[in-house]
Write a protein that binds this ligand. Structure first.
Ligand code: ADP
Ligand code: ADP
Ligand code: ZN
Length: 787
């Protein structure tokens, strides 16, 4: 059996606690010996490609009082502060030779050699520490544990960080209850925080921080498998999160917490953006864990920002400090509670599990040190195949929210959503810049400015809510707010009816006017954003990339890949059915977020081909102009080809296909081959006379494809798209005579499908003769009930 080391670790947060621990003579029912000082010098060794770490191990060379020792340790599995791990040790002969072939024979040497082959071991970072080693004994009996109070520094590349730490290691033969007893006695010390990471892990993180190498963005390449690309993007943030952990513990510099939180938020956003192509079931523990971490850090960060801005205001305006005493009293109490929660969390098994879960996915695959990749729905999907779709989706979401600004109807929650969408778009561009091309650089800069403006708004909204709670209830949060992560304590300080001091009232007004000022400026800010041609830059970059990948036949997936994929992940197929202009396109756009499925519209595909003058487009044109259906064979081939593209791995929202019984049969066969089928058919019903009016008034955006109506859904400025500023046009076939022909074709050839799908039990009828919002609500209802 491999010997196991069981120990508990705590960060010592303040000087007094350190002094107290060095001096104490008793702990629980045990005696503590005065102990002796050791001076320890550790060097961690690994190959340039990190083979030892990749195997979940750490190799340490220690020099203690002139004696050399080599240790191979398993990476920690921490249960709160208690660490259990494998450990093998041998004496290291002096002078030390880093080539393992010269080491004494034995299990350690064999293991290291098997991991590294003939690659040389290189020092990674060093840890120098002074250890006060004290024994913990039964009053008249044996030693049960060793208490080590360590102070020292981790060094790498000429830079170092300090640490003070307590370790309790169980003596061989002692039972775990002993450890429990000791830990229980220590739990009374407020200056201790459980430390779930080993010094090795912190050393790694530190080396990563200093060495910039691991923190540097790894280059995402166009032909990277998508899962590998996401892994490359996440890894530096994972190291960054850990690099700021110690600083977050210490709490002396609020920027440490901020940086840690930024790293976590980046990881969350990247996973969110990438989620349509990843196996999110496998990543469940990661996304849940990151959300929790972000919430807990965010709760403290919000208060840091509040305090900084408030103090800046006081200094700036020369406000009376006495007026802010009651506010800061509430702040102090709540801040202490939140920081405690944070410290408990950082010391928890939960946080340890998050890091383990992340590392399982992010650890390089040995021995090449290349990213192993996150679990993708389809492992063969390449970055360049999906990035155009992602960029378009993110842009569409932002534009959708942005539309509300001009109408003046956007709520504060709407601005918040806008900010998040802006961030998601910006990260998408930043992360995939190497693939999308340097042209998106300008767009990134413009998005940053937009984000800064709305970030201040968010701070003001949060501040006003807290100031009002303090004013009305004397607590940081309004009492018992459902859904709030933080429950307020009993009202401290101010009662409900005491009026706010003048200074505070003024401050509240100032923060409120920040919000008003933002909202007043928002249309102009948004217009500037549109004027800077961000949407064009992004659509152009996406289209160029798309055109490049469409040409490359080799990257198309084989049917076999999709079969396996579909079997494993059971994709969802929803059909939007309805006569011309019944609102399929309009609704599909609105349902995308809910369904998270790509919108596949046969009419759009034909028009895309037509615009690009492909042979297919030119063939289809003759039929479309007359309002007739394009022959089944070409239509079927085109749509099935589209469904075989990687972004449809999770399924699709079909619009305008199938339109004939043979098309429906061909679709069924293709899906059945993948072990799948149609899940839901939403049949939108609208009377003919209404349809004629809708068809003839329809206008489309040349750039983003958004659909308008001159009467029912008119743009703010005639002929200009609200969302992207693109030019609006009328489809050639949207004239009354062609529309009447299309309706006739629908009745003859498409309406038999209603019976076809009804008999399969997947059909739901939706009244389409209502407002756009009402139709969306009806569709959502049906989807939520049936999927
Ligand atoms: P609408 O918006 O009026 O429902 P679409 O944009 O879906 O119309 O389709 C426009 C034209 O494209 C149709 O009139 C037809 O010529 C052709 N088309 C679209 N989908 C199909 C299909 N599934 N089968 C045959 N032709 C199609
Ligand atoms: P389809 O994709 O089914 O051909 P669209 O979504 O393009 O239809 O809608 C046709 C026209 O009718 C567009 O101009 C759109 O703005 C408008 N429209 C869509 N739904 C409604 C509705 N519920 N009420 C009024 N007009 C609508
Ligand atoms: Zn547009």
């Amino acid at each position: 059996m491999v010997p196991m080391e069981i120990e508990a670790k705590y960060a010592i947060l303040d000087e007094q606690t350190g002094t107290q621990l060095r001096a104490t003579r008793r702990l629980a029912g045990f005696k503590v010996t005065p102990g002796r000082h050791l001076s320890l010098h550790d060097t961690y060794l690994d190959t340039a490609t990190g083979d030892i770490r990749a195997a979940g191990l750490a190799c340490r060379r220690r020099v203690a009082n002139g004696r050399g020792l080599l240790t191979l340790k398993g990476l920690v599995s921490a249960q709160a502060s208690v660490h259990t791990r494998e450990e093998t040790e041998i004496e290291a002969p002096e002078p030390f030779d880093p080539s393992p072939t010269t080491w004494p024979e034995g299990a350690l040497r064999e293991r290291v050699l098997s991991l590294i082959g003939d690659r040389p071991l290189i020092p990674q970072f060093t840890i120098d520490q002074d250890r006060l080693a004290r024994k913990v004994r039964e009053p008249k009996g044996p030693t049960v544990a060793e208490l080590a109070i360590d102070t020292g520094h981790i060094s790498y590349g000429g830079d170092s960080i300090l640490f003070t730490e307590l370790e309790i290691e169980l003596a061989p033969g002692a039972t775990p209850d002993v450890l429990a007893e000791i830990l229980d006695a220590l739990s009374g010390l407020p200056g201790l925080a459980a430390q779930p990471t080993s010094k090795f892990e912190r050393g790694l993180a530190f080396a990563a921080r200093v060495g910039k190498q691991a923190l540097a963005e790894e280059q995402v390449c166009a032909d990277d498998p998508f899962g590998v690309a996401v892994c490359k993007v996440l890894r530096p943030h994972f190291f960054r999160m850990q690099a700021h952990e110690a600083g977050t513990y210490a709490g002396t510099d609020p920027e440490e917490l901020h940086d840690m939180r930024v790293a976590i938020r980046r990881m969350r956003t990247v996973l969110w953006i990438a989620r349509p192509y990843l196996d999110m079931d496998a990543l469940g523990p990661v996304t849940k864990g990151l959300r929790r971490a972000a919430d807990i850090l965010g709760a403290v960060r919000d208060m840091d920002v509040f305090r900084q801005k408030t103090e800046a205001y006081i200094a700036d305006k020369g406000a009376k400090a006495a007026d802010f005493v009651s506010l800061f009293a509430v702040w102090d109490a709540e801040y202490a509670r939140r920081r405690n929660q944070l410290l408990r969390y950082l010391g928890s098994r939960r946080y340890g599990r998050l890091k383990e879960a992340l590392w399982t996915h992010l650890a390089p695959a040995a021995p090449a040190n290349s990213p192993q990749g996150l679990p993708a729905l389809d492992p063969s999907v390449r970055v360049d195949e999906v990035v155009p779709g992602i960029a378009r989706q993110r842009l569409a979401a932002l534009l959708e929210h942005g539309t509300g600004i001009g109408t003046g109807k956007l709520s504060l929650a709407g601005y918040h959503a806008l900010r998040i969408d802006g961030k998601r778009l910006r990260y998408t561009l930043e992360v995939f810049r190497g693939v999308l091309g340097p042209e998106v650089g300008d767009a990134i800069e413009v998005l940053k400015k937009l984000q800064d403006a709305s970030g201040d708004l968010q701070d003001a909204v949060v501040a006003v809510a807290h100031l009002e709670a303090v004013g009305s209830f004397g607590t940081w949060e309004p009492p018992r707010q459902p859904g709030s992560l933080w429950q307020s304590g009993p009202a401290c300080g101010r009662g409900p009816d005491t009026p706010l001091p003048t200074g505070l009232r003024r401050y509240l007004r100032a923060r409120k006017s920040e919000i008003k000022a933002f909202v007043a400026k928002a249309p102009a800010t948004w217009q500037r954003f549109l004027d800077d041609h961000v949407p064009e830059q992004i659509t152009t970059a996406a289209a160029a990339l798309e055109a490049a990948t469409l040409r490359g036949e080799s990257i198309m997936l084989t049917l076999q890949d999709h079969k396996e994929n579909a079997m494993a992940h059971n994709p969802t197929y929803v059909i939007l059915m309805g006569p011309p202009a019944s609102g399929k396109g309009t609704q599909a756009e609105r349902l995308q977020e809910l369904l998270a499925l790509p919108h596949v519209a046969s009419g759009d595909l034909f028009r895309y081909n037509l615009k690009n003058e492909t042979p297919l487009g030119l063939r289809a044109k003759a039929y479309m102009d007359k309002g007739e259906l394009v022959p089944d064979d070409i239509t079927i081939a085109m749509v099935l080809d589209r469904l075989a593209r990687p972004d449809c791995a999770k399924g699709a929202l079909l619009d305008g296909f199938p339109r004939t019984l043979p098309q429906a049969a061909a679709l069924d066969t293709a899906l059945a081959e993948k072990g799948s089928g149609i899940d839901l058919v939403l049949n939108i019903k609208v009377p003919d006379d209404v349809l004629i009016e809708r068809v003839t008034g329809r206008r489309l955006c040349r750039q983003c494809g958004a659909s308008y109506h001159i009467k029912f859904a008119s743009p703010q400025t005639e002929g200009v798209c609200d969302k992207c500023g693109g030019e609006l046009y009328q489809r050639d076939d949207d004239t009354e005579p062609v529309a009447r022909k299309r309706l006739e074709v629908y009745d003859n050839q498409t309406s038999p499908l209603i019976e076809y799908y009804a008999s399969k039990g997947v059909l739901v009828a939706i009244d389409g003769d209502q407002s756009i919002d009402e139709v969306t609500a009806a569709l959502r209802g049906a989807i939520e009930a049936r999927l």
